[in-house]
Design a protein around this ligand. Structure first.
Ligand SMILES: Cc1cc2nc3c(=O)[nH]c(=O)nc-3n(C[C@H](O)[C@H](O)[C@H](O)COP(=O)(O)OP(=O)(O)OC[C@H]3O[C@@H](n4cnc5c(N)ncnc54)[C@H](O)[C@@H]3O)c2cc1C
Length: 239
């Protein structure tokens, strides 16, 4: 653990972690996949029937699958998929807020070889604009938090000024002109503006009463990092 001191004389504690892994989600998924995936198969409705869950795809009148169990992990759409389950109790479907997170990348070589996570902002809702290295070693900063009503992945270039201010808290030498828009993601959040962060909401048959269904809501960060533990937890709910 290292201590640094700001100009105002306040102690700021940084934690130094010598070993840390940057992993691409697609590679992680590819290493885990043991089932077949049907791309473009949008689930339109689910119907519990005779101890199974019937899965309807697109406009098909007949179910494509009769499954012993269905795990609704539709991310930003999970609340809509839950609402499409015939007879599902509405009180077990939470309100979802969309928290967009934009990233900017640094043009040129990264001056850092390690990831930098500042102390999270007191306003809550996200971890703060941190610096990570992508798989090619380039530096990118983000994500910030912007409440949006619909999913839109465009990065607004004017957000660079706020990024610059946040990054200069831990890297005063940043030249603001060296930031360029990179990409954005949208978090499905269970708490809205001004509210404290909420944990994932995972509910199985023992809670909502519908056999064979597990719903995953609010699966924002660190959903990917904790995915193996989540898998064990969900399997136990269905055992
Ligand atoms: C900006 C940002 C930064 C993040 N950073 C991190 C991080 O550093 N570490 C970390 O661990 N996590 C991070 N996360 C969170 C991580 O991305 C999620 O926890 C993870 O992707 C959740 O996985 P999921 O499979 O539950 O949902 P998703 O990845 O959202 O996948 C849901 C899938 O369901 C599909 N779908 C939706 N509706 C239907 C339908 N009707 N029928 C069929 N399919 C449907 C979607 O197309 C999508 O493919 C971040 C998220 C964001 C937005």
């Amino acid at each position: 653990m290292r201590k640094t001191y700001t100009a105002a004389g306040m102690a700021v504690i940084a934690i130094f972690l010598p070993g840390c892994v940057v992993a691409g989600p697609f590679l992680a998924l590819a290493m885990l996949v043991v089932a077949s995936i049907a791309y473009g198969a949008a689930v339109a409705a689910l119907r519990p029937a005779q101890g199974r869950v019937e899965v309807f795809i697109g406009t098909d009148a007949e179910p494509a699958v009769r499954a012993r169990a269905v795990v609704n992990s539709a991310g930003l759409e999970a609340h809509h998929v839950a609402a499409s389950i015939e007879g599902f109790p509405r009180q077990h479907i939470p309100k979802i807020f969309y928290g967009k997170g934009s990233y900017f990348e640094l043009t040129g070589k990264s001056p850092f070889a390690r990831l930098i996570y500042p102390a999270p902002p007191t306003s809550g809702g996200h971890l703060g604009i941190h610096m990570t290295l992508d798989l090619s070693g380039a530096a990118r900063f983000g994500p910030d938090l912007e409440w949006v009503d619909c999913v839109d992945y465009r990065v607004e270039p004017s957000r660079a000024a706020a990024f610059g201010d946040a990054i200069k808290e831990y890297w005063p030498q940043l030249e603001a002109a060296s930031l360029k828009p990179a990409y954005a993601g949208v978090r499905p959040k269970l708490s809205g503006p001004g509210e404290g962060s909420r944990d994932f909401y995972i509910s199985g048959p023992a809670e909502h009463g519908v056999a064979g269904i597990v719903n995953l809501f609010g699966m924002e960060s660190p959903g990917l990092t904790s995915s193996l533990a989540l898998g064990d937890y969900i399997a136990a709910l269905l055992a």
